[in-house]
Design a protein around this ligand. Structure first.
Ligand code: RB5
Length: 150
């Protein structure tokens, strides 16, 4: 396995720093390399910047997956999906996290730190990381998503 295949980039806005750090520790304990690009201090900040920075790590191939967080998970997800090659979903429970890997070949996961607690967030992360893309008819549909990127 190439080293990239074990790297996960993490980022957030100011609302989610403790949860992001808990996720970084959790995935590290499971054998992943956590690339935590911050922010590290709690001043109010702009989630699109952190979405883009994380998404570039994934789109460039530097990291296999990205996990991003803001208050709801929604704004940072919207921004990440503007970067070519990114498929990012917000998940509130593990089922959706598994399905966005199996059917949508998602390469980024977004979480809302004001929506999910730490225990649920870690279960969502595990579901996302343990699932595999199923390919087949789903690959055709993912290709249709990519064709929309222009
Ligand atoms: C910050 O107050 C909040 O707007 C942000 O974290 C996020 O929820 C936006 O989608």
């Amino acid at each position: 396995m190439r080293m990239t295949q074990k790297r996960i980039v993490l980022s957030s806005d100011h609302t989610a720093i403790p949860l992001r750090q808990a996720i970084a520790a959790h995935v590290t304990a499971r054998g992943w390399i956590a690339v935590d690009i911050g922010p590290m201090t709690p001043e109010s900040t702009h989630y699109p910047r952190h979405a883009e920075a994380a998404a570039r790590h994934v789109a460039s191939g530097d990291c296999r997956f990205g996990i991003i967080l803001c208050g709801t998970g929604q704004g940072i997800m919207m921004a990440a999906n503007k970067v070519k090659g990114i498929r990012c979903g917000v998940c509130l429970e593990p089922y959706s996290a598994r399905m966005i890997r199996q059917h949508n070949d998602a390469n980024m996961l977004s979480l809302g730190a004001r929506v999910v607690g730490e225990g649920l967030a870690l279960a969502i992360v595990d579901a996302f990381l343990e699932a595999e893309f199923e390919g087949g008819r789903h690959a055709d549909r993912v290709a249709m998503i990519s064709a929309l990127e222009g």
